[in-house]
Design a protein around this ligand. Structure first.
Ligand SMILES: Nc1ncnc2c1ncn2[C@@H]1O[C@H](COP(=O)(O)OP(=O)(O)OP(=O)(O)O)[C@@H](O)[C@H]1O
Ligand SMILES: Cc1cn([C@H]2C[C@H](O)[C@@H](COP(=O)(O)O)O2)c(=O)[nH]c1=O
Length: 215
Protein backbone atom coordinates (compact mmCIF):
# COMPACT_ATOMS: atom_id res chain seq x y z
CA UNK A 1 0.00 0.00 0.00
CA UNK A 2 1.43 3.38 -1.01
CA UNK A 3 -0.31 5.72 1.43
CA UNK A 4 -1.74 7.71 -1.49
CA UNK A 5 -5.32 7.60 -2.74
CA UNK A 6 -5.36 5.97 -6.17
CA UNK A 7 -5.85 7.91 -9.40
CA UNK A 8 -9.26 6.20 -9.78
CA UNK A 9 -10.54 8.83 -7.49
CA UNK A 10 -9.46 11.91 -9.41
CA UNK A 11 -13.03 13.20 -9.63
CA UNK A 12 -14.79 11.87 -6.55
CA UNK A 13 -14.02 11.48 -2.88
CA UNK A 14 -14.14 8.31 -0.85
CA UNK A 15 -15.01 8.62 2.86
CA UNK A 16 -15.29 5.72 5.27
CA UNK A 17 -17.02 5.95 8.64
CA UNK A 18 -16.16 3.41 11.32
CA UNK A 19 -16.44 3.30 15.07
CA UNK A 20 -17.78 1.19 17.91
CA UNK A 21 -21.15 -0.50 17.59
CA UNK A 22 -23.84 1.93 18.59
CA UNK A 23 -21.54 4.97 18.30
CA UNK A 24 -23.86 6.39 15.66
CA UNK A 25 -22.23 5.51 12.30
CA UNK A 26 -25.47 4.96 10.39
CA UNK A 27 -27.13 8.01 11.95
CA UNK A 28 -24.14 10.26 11.24
CA UNK A 29 -23.70 8.91 7.69
CA UNK A 30 -27.34 9.79 6.98
CA UNK A 31 -26.85 13.37 8.24
CA UNK A 32 -23.56 13.65 6.36
CA UNK A 33 -25.18 12.64 3.07
CA UNK A 34 -27.97 15.19 3.60
CA UNK A 35 -25.43 17.93 4.35
CA UNK A 36 -23.35 17.14 1.26
CA UNK A 37 -26.39 16.94 -1.03
CA UNK A 38 -27.50 20.34 0.31
CA UNK A 39 -24.06 21.64 -0.76
CA UNK A 40 -24.74 20.43 -4.30
CA UNK A 41 -22.65 17.26 -4.25
CA UNK A 42 -23.59 13.93 -5.84
CA UNK A 43 -23.45 11.51 -2.94
CA UNK A 44 -23.76 7.74 -2.72
CA UNK A 45 -24.03 6.03 0.63
CA UNK A 46 -22.85 2.46 0.71
CA UNK A 47 -21.99 0.05 3.53
CA UNK A 48 -20.10 -3.08 4.50
CA UNK A 49 -21.08 -5.83 4.45
CA UNK A 50 -21.90 -4.74 0.89
CA UNK A 51 -25.04 -5.69 -1.00
CA UNK A 52 -22.91 -7.76 -3.42
CA UNK A 53 -22.69 -11.57 -3.37
CA UNK A 54 -19.75 -11.79 -0.96
CA UNK A 55 -21.26 -9.18 1.36
CA UNK A 56 -24.55 -11.06 1.43
CA UNK A 57 -22.75 -14.30 2.22
CA UNK A 58 -20.67 -12.66 4.98
CA UNK A 59 -23.78 -11.14 6.47
CA UNK A 60 -25.66 -14.47 6.39
CA UNK A 61 -22.76 -16.32 7.99
CA UNK A 62 -21.72 -13.84 10.69
CA UNK A 63 -23.67 -15.52 13.45
CA UNK A 64 -22.44 -19.05 12.66
CA UNK A 65 -18.95 -18.75 11.11
CA UNK A 66 -16.10 -17.40 13.24
CA UNK A 67 -12.42 -16.53 13.18
CA UNK A 68 -10.15 -16.66 10.14
CA UNK A 69 -12.83 -17.81 7.72
CA UNK A 70 -15.15 -14.91 8.57
CA UNK A 71 -12.28 -12.39 8.50
CA UNK A 72 -11.36 -13.62 5.00
CA UNK A 73 -14.97 -13.26 3.84
CA UNK A 74 -15.18 -9.66 5.09
CA UNK A 75 -11.83 -8.77 3.50
CA UNK A 76 -12.93 -10.39 0.22
CA UNK A 77 -16.14 -8.37 0.33
CA UNK A 78 -14.11 -5.19 0.87
CA UNK A 79 -11.88 -5.73 -2.21
CA UNK A 80 -14.88 -6.74 -4.32
CA UNK A 81 -17.00 -3.83 -3.05
CA UNK A 82 -14.38 -1.35 -4.19
CA UNK A 83 -13.79 -3.06 -7.53
CA UNK A 84 -17.44 -3.44 -8.49
CA UNK A 85 -19.11 -0.40 -6.95
CA UNK A 86 -16.95 2.26 -5.34
CA UNK A 87 -14.38 2.78 -8.12
CA UNK A 88 -17.03 3.41 -10.76
CA UNK A 89 -18.89 5.92 -8.56
CA UNK A 90 -15.69 7.83 -7.83
CA UNK A 91 -14.86 7.95 -11.51
CA UNK A 92 -18.23 9.53 -12.17
CA UNK A 93 -17.61 12.23 -9.57
CA UNK A 94 -19.60 11.00 -6.60
CA UNK A 95 -18.71 11.44 -2.99
CA UNK A 96 -18.94 7.86 -1.77
CA UNK A 97 -19.61 7.41 1.94
CA UNK A 98 -19.16 3.90 3.28
CA UNK A 99 -20.77 2.95 6.59
CA UNK A 100 -17.92 0.67 7.74
CA UNK A 101 -14.75 -0.14 5.80
CA UNK A 102 -11.28 -1.33 6.68
CA UNK A 103 -11.19 -0.19 10.34
CA UNK A 104 -14.17 -2.46 11.06
CA UNK A 105 -12.21 -5.35 9.55
CA UNK A 106 -9.31 -4.62 11.90
CA UNK A 107 -11.61 -4.44 14.92
CA UNK A 108 -14.65 -6.72 14.79
CA UNK A 109 -12.84 -9.97 14.05
CA UNK A 110 -10.71 -9.40 17.16
CA UNK A 111 -13.79 -10.43 19.15
CA UNK A 112 -13.12 -13.91 17.71
CA UNK A 113 -9.56 -13.75 19.08
CA UNK A 114 -7.75 -12.98 15.83
CA UNK A 115 -4.30 -11.46 15.77
CA UNK A 116 -4.35 -7.76 14.71
CA UNK A 117 -1.31 -8.30 12.48
CA UNK A 118 -3.08 -11.11 10.61
CA UNK A 119 -6.11 -8.81 10.15
CA UNK A 120 -3.90 -6.02 8.87
CA UNK A 121 -2.15 -8.31 6.39
CA UNK A 122 -5.49 -9.48 5.07
CA UNK A 123 -6.66 -5.91 4.49
CA UNK A 124 -3.34 -4.30 3.64
CA UNK A 125 -3.98 -3.90 -0.07
CA UNK A 126 -7.39 -2.25 0.10
CA UNK A 127 -7.82 1.11 -1.59
CA UNK A 128 -7.19 3.95 0.83
CA UNK A 129 -10.13 6.30 1.40
CA UNK A 130 -9.53 10.02 0.97
CA UNK A 131 -10.80 10.35 4.53
CA UNK A 132 -11.15 7.59 7.11
CA UNK A 133 -13.46 8.84 9.86
CA UNK A 134 -13.28 7.06 13.20
CA UNK A 135 -16.06 7.85 15.62
CA UNK A 136 -14.95 7.83 19.22
CA UNK A 137 -16.97 8.02 22.42
CA UNK A 138 -16.82 7.18 26.05
CA UNK A 139 -17.32 3.40 26.30
CA UNK A 140 -19.97 3.67 29.05
CA UNK A 141 -22.01 6.06 26.92
CA UNK A 142 -21.75 3.72 23.92
CA UNK A 143 -22.80 0.77 26.06
CA UNK A 144 -25.90 2.70 27.18
CA UNK A 145 -26.80 3.65 23.60
CA UNK A 146 -26.35 0.08 22.51
CA UNK A 147 -28.55 -1.18 25.29
CA UNK A 148 -31.24 1.40 24.47
CA UNK A 149 -31.19 0.50 20.77
CA UNK A 150 -30.68 -3.25 21.18
CA UNK A 151 -27.82 -5.41 19.82
CA UNK A 152 -27.45 -6.07 16.05
CA UNK A 153 -25.01 -9.01 16.24
CA UNK A 154 -23.27 -11.58 18.45
CA UNK A 155 -20.21 -9.37 19.02
CA UNK A 156 -22.38 -6.81 20.82
CA UNK A 157 -23.51 -9.51 23.27
CA UNK A 158 -19.97 -10.09 24.60
CA UNK A 159 -19.83 -8.72 28.17
CA UNK A 160 -17.92 -5.42 28.22
CA UNK A 161 -17.93 -5.33 24.40
CA UNK A 162 -18.00 -1.52 24.20
CA UNK A 163 -14.83 -1.24 26.31
CA UNK A 164 -12.97 -3.91 24.31
CA UNK A 165 -14.11 -2.34 21.06
CA UNK A 166 -12.88 1.12 22.12
CA UNK A 167 -9.42 -0.39 22.77
CA UNK A 168 -9.43 -2.27 19.43
CA UNK A 169 -10.35 0.95 17.61
CA UNK A 170 -7.46 2.75 19.26
CA UNK A 171 -5.05 0.13 17.86
CA UNK A 172 -6.74 0.24 14.45
CA UNK A 173 -6.51 4.03 14.29
CA UNK A 174 -2.79 3.90 15.02
CA UNK A 175 -2.27 1.19 12.39
CA UNK A 176 -4.11 3.24 9.74
CA UNK A 177 -2.22 6.43 10.52
CA UNK A 178 1.07 4.51 10.29
CA UNK A 179 0.00 3.19 6.89
CA UNK A 180 -0.60 6.72 5.60
CA UNK A 181 -4.39 6.97 5.90
CA UNK A 182 -5.86 10.43 6.51
CA UNK A 183 -7.79 9.76 9.69
CA UNK A 184 -10.34 12.11 11.24
CA UNK A 185 -11.34 11.14 14.78
CA UNK A 186 -14.69 12.60 15.81
CA UNK A 187 -15.77 12.38 19.42
CA UNK A 188 -19.50 11.75 19.52
CA UNK A 189 -19.90 11.20 23.27
CA UNK A 190 -22.02 14.33 23.73
CA UNK A 191 -21.99 15.93 20.28
CA UNK A 192 -25.31 15.61 18.44
CA UNK A 193 -25.16 13.48 15.29
CA UNK A 194 -25.92 16.50 13.04
CA UNK A 195 -22.85 18.30 14.41
CA UNK A 196 -20.58 15.30 13.86
CA UNK A 197 -21.79 15.30 10.25
CA UNK A 198 -20.99 19.00 9.86
CA UNK A 199 -17.43 18.42 11.13
CA UNK A 200 -16.89 15.63 8.58
CA UNK A 201 -18.43 17.69 5.75
CA UNK A 202 -16.17 20.59 6.58
CA UNK A 203 -13.07 18.35 6.46
CA UNK A 204 -14.23 17.06 3.08
CA UNK A 205 -14.62 20.63 1.80
CA UNK A 206 -11.01 21.31 2.84
CA UNK A 207 -9.87 18.16 1.03
CA UNK A 208 -11.78 19.16 -2.10
CA UNK A 209 -10.27 22.63 -2.07
CA UNK A 210 -6.75 21.34 -1.50
CA UNK A 211 -7.14 18.83 -4.34
CA UNK A 212 -8.01 21.74 -6.64
CA UNK A 213 -11.17 19.93 -7.80
CA UNK A 214 -13.67 22.23 -9.50
CA UNK A 215 -17.23 21.28 -8.69
N1 LIG B 1 -24.71 11.87 19.58
C1 LIG B 1 -25.16 10.84 18.88
N2 LIG B 1 -24.62 10.57 17.69
C2 LIG B 1 -25.09 9.51 16.99
N3 LIG B 1 -26.07 8.66 17.39
C3 LIG B 1 -26.64 8.88 18.59
C4 LIG B 1 -26.21 9.97 19.37
N4 LIG B 1 -26.90 9.95 20.50
C5 LIG B 1 -27.75 8.91 20.45
N5 LIG B 1 -27.60 8.25 19.28
C6 LIG B 1 -28.37 7.04 18.97
O1 LIG B 1 -27.52 5.89 19.09
C7 LIG B 1 -28.13 4.79 18.42
C8 LIG B 1 -27.09 4.02 17.63
O2 LIG B 1 -26.90 4.68 16.42
P1 LIG B 1 -26.57 3.90 15.06
O3 LIG B 1 -27.47 2.75 14.84
O4 LIG B 1 -26.47 4.99 14.04
O5 LIG B 1 -25.12 3.37 15.45
P2 LIG B 1 -24.13 2.47 14.62
O6 LIG B 1 -22.76 2.91 15.04
O7 LIG B 1 -24.44 2.52 13.16
O8 LIG B 1 -24.46 1.06 15.22
P3 LIG B 1 -24.09 -0.42 14.66
O9 LIG B 1 -22.62 -0.50 14.64
O10 LIG B 1 -24.67 -1.34 15.68
O11 LIG B 1 -24.74 -0.52 13.32
C9 LIG B 1 -29.26 5.37 17.55
O12 LIG B 1 -30.46 5.09 18.19
C10 LIG B 1 -28.94 6.88 17.56
O13 LIG B 1 -30.11 7.66 17.39
C1 LIG C 1 -17.50 -4.59 7.85
C2 LIG C 1 -17.61 -5.74 8.82
C3 LIG C 1 -18.83 -6.08 9.34
N1 LIG C 1 -18.92 -7.10 10.22
C4 LIG C 1 -20.25 -7.47 10.74
C5 LIG C 1 -20.67 -6.98 12.09
C6 LIG C 1 -22.18 -6.93 11.97
O1 LIG C 1 -22.70 -8.24 12.12
C7 LIG C 1 -22.38 -6.47 10.55
C8 LIG C 1 -22.48 -4.96 10.44
O2 LIG C 1 -23.77 -4.54 10.83
P1 LIG C 1 -23.99 -3.11 11.53
O3 LIG C 1 -25.47 -2.93 11.52
O4 LIG C 1 -23.25 -2.09 10.71
O5 LIG C 1 -23.43 -3.20 12.92
O6 LIG C 1 -21.24 -6.94 9.87
C9 LIG C 1 -17.81 -7.82 10.58
O7 LIG C 1 -17.89 -8.78 11.37
N2 LIG C 1 -16.59 -7.48 10.06
C10 LIG C 1 -16.45 -6.46 9.18
O8 LIG C 1 -15.30 -6.17 8.73
Amino acid sequence: MTGKPSSDRRFGLFVSVDGPSGAGKTTIVRHLAQTLVAQGEQVTVTAEPSSGPIGKLASELTETVTGHALACLYAADRYHHYDTEIRRLLQSGHIVVSDRYVASGLVIQRFDGLDPTFLWQLNEEVEIPDLAVILEADADVIAERLEARGPHNRFQLTPGSSHSEAAYYKDAKERLIEAGFTVLAVDCTTRPAEQSAVIIASELRTLLLSSGATR
